[in-house]
Design a protein around this ligand. Structure first.
Ligand code: GRF
Length: 222
């Protein structure tokens, strides 16, 4: 049953915003009990801001050079997100590490998407690292953000094969398609109040994900 009130999502971006677009599109297609209400960027000309404007969503640039410190910068982010009454913060290609103050303010209400099967290959250049390591499978992970880099409780993952002739670009493109499916799905699970975090595990109550695990599937594909 649709919620009476939609979850208000704020998205933090630094670049092209294809995950942002997937979230907006899922919302507009009626697949989410959630709507993106503000997009905030630390890069003035990030294409993601244009995507927000194209959908009449508030777009805000916060200049990282203006505030005196990382904490002061994050205070500005908190004030923008609070002004827009955001319930959930989604990091979508946001290239800064958040301060403990920010993480605590939105405790277990910040999601991130990462193009690898965490805890393998956190950080940057992940497809390069996956190819160098010779893994047969990679994928993507949506997780709650904590104070580390790509270390928070894992919500949902999708597994993608690695082929012998893959380049970094080819693997990234294959993974990106799955990112666009799992991120909206994780947001919907949150909107339905199905996600419960216990220590570093996330339980998806009554969800398809839980059923799939109970039925003994090896992994969950979006
Ligand atoms: C995605 O691969 C995401 O997993 C990573 O940064 C990239 C952002 O892409 N965190 P986009 O801006 O959403 O197109």
């Amino acid at each position: 049953m649709p919620r009476a009130k939609k979850l208000r999502v704020g998205v933090l971006v630094s670049g092209r915003g294809s995950n942002l677009q997937a979230i907006i599109d899922a919302g507009e297609a009626g697949k989410l009990d959630a709507a993106v209400v503000v997009v905030v960027s630390d890069v003035a000309d990030a294409y993601a801001l244009e995507r927000a404007r194209n959908h009449s969503i508030a777009d805000v640039f916060v200049d990282p050079k203006a505030p005196a410190s990382r904490e002061a910068f994050d205070e500005e982010l908190i004030s923008v997100l609070t002004k827009h009454q955001v319930d959930l913060v989604c990091l979508a290609g946001y290239m800064r590490v958040l301060s403990p103050r920010f993480i605590n303010h939105f405790h277990h209400r910040i999601m991130n998407i990462h193009p690898a099967l965490l805890p393998s290959f956190p950080g940057l250049h992940v497809q390069r690292e996956a190819l160098r390591h010779g893994v047969r499978f990679s994928g993507c992970t949506v997780h709650f953000a904590d104070e580390g880099v790509d270390t928070g409780p894992i919500i949902i993952q999708a597994v993608v094969p690695v082929f012998d002739d893959d380049t970094e670009e080819a693997l990234a493109a294959r993974i990106l398609k799955y990112e666009h499916q799992v991120y909206p799905r994780a947001i919907q699970l949150f909107a339905e109040g199905r996600l419960e975090v216990k220590e570093r595990r996330v339980f998806c109550k009554g969800s398809e994900a839980e059923r799939a695990v109970r039925e003994g599937w090896g992994y969950i594909q979006p």
